[in-house]
Every structure is written in C-alpha cells, then in structure tokens.
Design a protein around this ligand. Structure first.
Ligand SMILES: C[S@@+](CC[C@H](N)C(=O)[O-])C[C@H]1O[C@@H](n2cnc3c(N)ncnc32)[C@H](O)[C@@H]1O
Length: 252
C-alpha cells in the first residue's frame, strides 16, 4: 500500500475556502497588503515577514507576484505551519514563535524587513500586548519599511450600519455552511484531526490553544492608529476597509 502523504495543495485550498466564508473579500485585502509592501520600497528582492501567517497565505501570494522575494512565515500553530512548510517547500523560511512573548524576533532570520504583513490574526492578542507588539514590529522593519495589519476593526463612527452589515454577513455564511459550500472553523479542525499526518499535530495544537481559538479582542481602527503612533511609526492610517474589517498601515 502507498504510504499516505500530506497533500499540501488540497489543505491550502480547503483553508482558503474555510477562511473566505468568513472573509468574502479576503483576496482584496491580501492585494492591498501586497500593493503597500511593493510601494514602500523600490528595492528588490523584497524582504517580507508574514506575521501569524498560518498556512502561509500571504507568502504564497507574495511569491506569485515576486518569485525572488525573501519571505519569512512566523506562527505558533504546528498544524498550519506544517501545511505552510509543505506548500512553500524551500521558497520561504518558516519559523515557530509566540507573539505573546517579547523574544519572538529572535526566531527571525532578518531584522530589517521591507514589510511586515499580517491578516486576521492579531485579534488573538489582548490590547496591552498588541500595543507592545507594534513597538517590536517597528524594530524589525528597516527605516521606511511598512507594517500592514488587516483584521476585524469596526468603524466606531458607523456603529448601526456596521452591526447590520455584520448580521447580514453572518446570515450568508450560515447559509453557505448549511449548504456545504465551505467548512466552518470547527469543521475544518475536525477534518484536520481526521488526517493521519495532521492528527498528532492537532493534539499538540490543543495544548497550545486549549480553547481552540482566541479572546477575539477587536477594537476600532482608531485604537490601532493611536497604538501605532505611540509605537513610534512616522505615518499611520487606514489603507483599506470593508464593513467591520479594515487594514491599517504604518511606516517606520
Ligand atoms: C485566522 S489565522 C490567519 C492565518 C493567515 N494570516 C491567513 O490569513 O490565512 C490566525 C493565525 O494567528 C496565529 N496566532 C495567534 N496567536 C498567535 C501567537 N501568540 N503567536 C503566533 N501566532 C499566533 C494562529 O496560530 C493562526 O495561524
């Protein structure tokens, strides 16, 4: 019998479908992140850090645009990093580190990135830690380098419309899950736990993230801009927005 091997492409595809059910504009936000990274410098090859990068979604799209880019994926999840490693197969440096610890930069192969890009991830941290992390990110950027963080960041000037948009998005997502158009977060992890290669890593992950998810701390974009300025970035603003999600960008 042929031994079972992980099909990274298939797992990558199912991760994308699962995430897109929550974020139908996911590719738009990735494009906004990559446009900002390209615009921040004329230097090539680009040095990019895909922070809390999971399966390496941003890295794969960056390498599709710039095959010579020097990319680092950092995350803490052994399941997602195994898929990242298999998908990127030598085209990126994949590192394990905990963003809740101030020593995470020690895991990096570089200290002067052109861009640090992160999506749908930093809401896993609490406010005081995220404010510190913004300072630490500034220190791993070269002068003129850019940080872009795309995440759930409601616009506090539009509370009623934002709530109604979120309700409609939730209804559409529930219908897609009900119809089997995409796996839910929980369904995806159950599928991973049934995979012979990923199953032991799912057990390991359970010890790292005992509740399986995050505290979901999602302050408005204005909070992020204040924290970025306090962290010493020279410019900070909203780069992209759709409904309750936004991407903030900041230049060192
Ligand atoms: C929803 S996933 C998004 C992954 C990827 N950016 C994407 O868009 O596909 C959130 C990621 O944040 C990572 N993460 C959460 N807390 C972390 C921490 N303390 N240190 C490192 N990574 C963390 C998780 O492991 C997970 O991979």
């Amino acid at each position: 019998m042929t031994p079972y091997a992980l099909d990274a492409r298939a797992w990558q595809e199912s991760w994308d479908r699962q995430q897109e059910a929550y974020l139908p504009d996911r590719e738009h936000r990735f494009a906004a992140l990559l446009d900002a990274a390209e615009a921040a410098t004329d230097a090539r090859p680009l040095q990019l850090l895909d922070l809390a990068g999971g399966t390496g979604s941003i890295s794969l799209r960056a390498l599709a645009r710039h095959p010579d880019a020097q990319v680092t994926v950092l995350d803490l999840d052994p399941v997602l990093l195994t898929i990242a490693e298999a998908s990127l197969s030598g085209r990126a440096t994949v590192v394990t580190a905990d963003l809740n610890r101030a020593d995470w930069p020690e895991a990096l192969p570089h200290r002067a990135y052109d861009a640090v890009l992160t999506a749908t991830a930093l809401h896993w941290l609490d406010g005081p830690r995220l404010a510190e992390l913004y300072r630490e990110i500034r220190d791993v950027l070269r002068p003129g380098g850019v940080l872009v963080n795309a995440d759930h960041m409601p616009d506090d000037a539009l509370p009623t419309l934002t709530t109604r948009l979120s309700d409609r998005a939730r209804q559409r997502r529930a219908a897609r899950h009900q119809a089997g158009a995409a796996l839910s977060w929980e369904g995806w992890w159950a599928q991973a736990a049934a995979d012979p290669v990923l199953a032991p890593l799912v057990d390991k992950r359970q010890q790292i993230y005992p509740t399986g998810h995050s505290p979901e701390w999602t302050p408005p974009a204005g909070w992020h801009l204040d924290a970025l300025r306090a962290a010493g970035f020279t410019e900070a603003g909203v780069l992209w927005r759709n409904g309750s999600d936004a991407a903030v960008a900041a230049l060192r």
